[in-house]
Design a protein around this ligand. Structure first.
Ligand code: HSE
Length: 421
């Protein structure tokens, strides 16, 4: 059913939207980016947050475009940081309101302060660049519509796939494509953990290492429970199927219950365990979900190592396209943020457009399942929907029962990935 988007009234603005400067024409910017981007005063960048991603963005922009950043807001201005900046501000609203700031780069994350600041920037007609997948995946459709009303642009290449340019590809090069399937491995932390477990590491040690390397979210439950991948899948599905799409509607399982015995059971059959996130057309419905799944070793979804991601797009005209590379970490994510900042300043592209029409409603992903019993494992011949696996009884108890044949208690049930025919 269609969801009505509530677009808030534009709050009082000191700078009317229509007078906000658009001082740089694209031809000037493209001919000499490093100089023309930095000379116009009201053409600056305000950076909100200077953590793993924000500090990467700051270091890159300070080196490549000196003078472009006009303000950096942080929670604690006195904390030592690996960024050469003399005047950290503790008032992020000040940075947003600075008339010399035209592009607001939000690297705080979450749905609280970050959301408020983004709303304020959009209300003031400022271009917004963000890596905030939680926000885009839950409120992106109406935020894009709001931005369209105020003349702002909204860019979030960094929200999905780290350095992989998939958002821009879907919104640009593939804008006319009839997509059948989108998705793959969208969370670097869980891929790092599953890879490490494949190599013999314990789950907790592998996760601690992923946190130390800056791959994991502040609350790593978002990674391991599959929320982060679900957010990214919702964003990709919205772009691919050109319908408003939000993550709470997606079926989801995480990797919290995975053991090394599960990883081993797959390896014995030439399968690798991955956290797969896919949305695909199945007849009249979109089947979608996030789940640990066994993937054949030669399948594109088996390709990512460590914190890498892979995104596969299957479409009527484009056939099968596979994008892979660094999916998490400060440098990878900063690479996409900086690209969005430069695109915004050069007005090269319009930013991500709002999609209208009915919300994308999905049914749970279906796949055969590897059922691991106390002694031995079996793959079901039928595909089962993801939401039936939590409770083996959920309509499939009889299937499991008939497979058990004295093999003992069920230890785990994990889908085995099967491509659509
Ligand atoms: N925690 C995320 C991941 C960071 O591991 O993929 C990149 O979005």
């Amino acid at each position: 059913m269609a969801r009505a988007f509530f677009i808030p009234p534009i709050p009082h603005m000191e700078v009317p939207v229509q007078t906000l400067p658009r001082v740089l024409c694209s031809s000037e910017a493209i001919s000499s980016p490093a100089t023309s981007l930095t000379t116009a005063r009201a053409n600056g960048v305000g950076l909100l947050g200077c953590g793993t991603v924000g500090s990467g963005v700051a270091r890159r922009l300070l080196a490549s475009h000196p003078g472009l950043i006009r303000g950096i807001a942080v929670r604690d201005p006195h904390k030592p940081r690996d960024v050469r900046w003399d005047d950290f501000s503790s008032d992020a609203f000040d940075v947003v309101d600075d008339p010399s700031v035209r592009v607001v780069v939000e690297c705080i994350g979450g749905l609280g302060l970050a959301r408020e600041l983004i709303l304020r920037a959009i209300a003031r007609g400022k271009d917004v660049v963000t890596a905030n997948k939680d926000l885009i995946a839950t409120e992106g459709p109406w935020l894009a519509a709001f931005a369209a009303r105020t003349g702002a642009s909204l860019r979030y290449e960094a929200a999905v796939g780290g350095a992989i340019p998939i958002v821009r590809a879907l919104g640009g090069s593939l804008a006319g494509e009839d997509v059948f399937e989108i998705g793959g491995v969208l969370n670097g932390t869980t891929n790092f953990v599953l890879d490490a477990m494949d190599g013999g590491a314990e789950y907790a040690d592998a996760l601690a290492e992923a946190q130390r390397l800056g791959f994991a979210e502040q609350d790593p439950r978002s990674d391991v429970d599959g929320h982060d991948a679900a957010h990214k899948l919702a964003i990709l599905a919205g772009l691919a199927f050109r319908r408003p799409s939000v993550s709470p509607a997606l079926a989801r399982r995480g990797i919290g219950g995975i053991s090394r015995d599960d990883v081993r059971a797959g390896a014995e059959r030439g399968l690798r365990l991955k956290l797969v996130a896919v949305a695909r057309k199945a007849g009249d419905v979109i089947e979608a979900g996030v789940t640990p799944a066994f993937v054949p070793e030669d399948h594109p979804f088996a390709r990512p190592r460590g914190a890498e991601n892979v995104v596969r797009v299957v479409g009527r005209g484009c056939g099968t396209l596979v994008f892979s590379g660094a999916g998490a970490g400060g440098d990878a994510t900063a690479s996409s943020v900086v690209a969005d900042v430069l695109a915004a300043l050069e007005a090269r592209e319009r930013g991500v457009q709002a999609h209208e029409g009915e919300d994308l409603v999905s049914a749970p992903l279906r796949a055969p399942v590897l059922v691991r019993f106390a002694s031995g494992s079996v793959v079901t011949s039928d595909a089962m929907p993801l939401d039936a696996l939590e409770a083996a009884a959920g309509g499939f108890g009889h299937v499991i029962q008939s497979l058990s044949k004295g093999r003992g208690e069920v230890q785990s049930m994990i889908p085995v990935w099967r491509d659509a025919a």
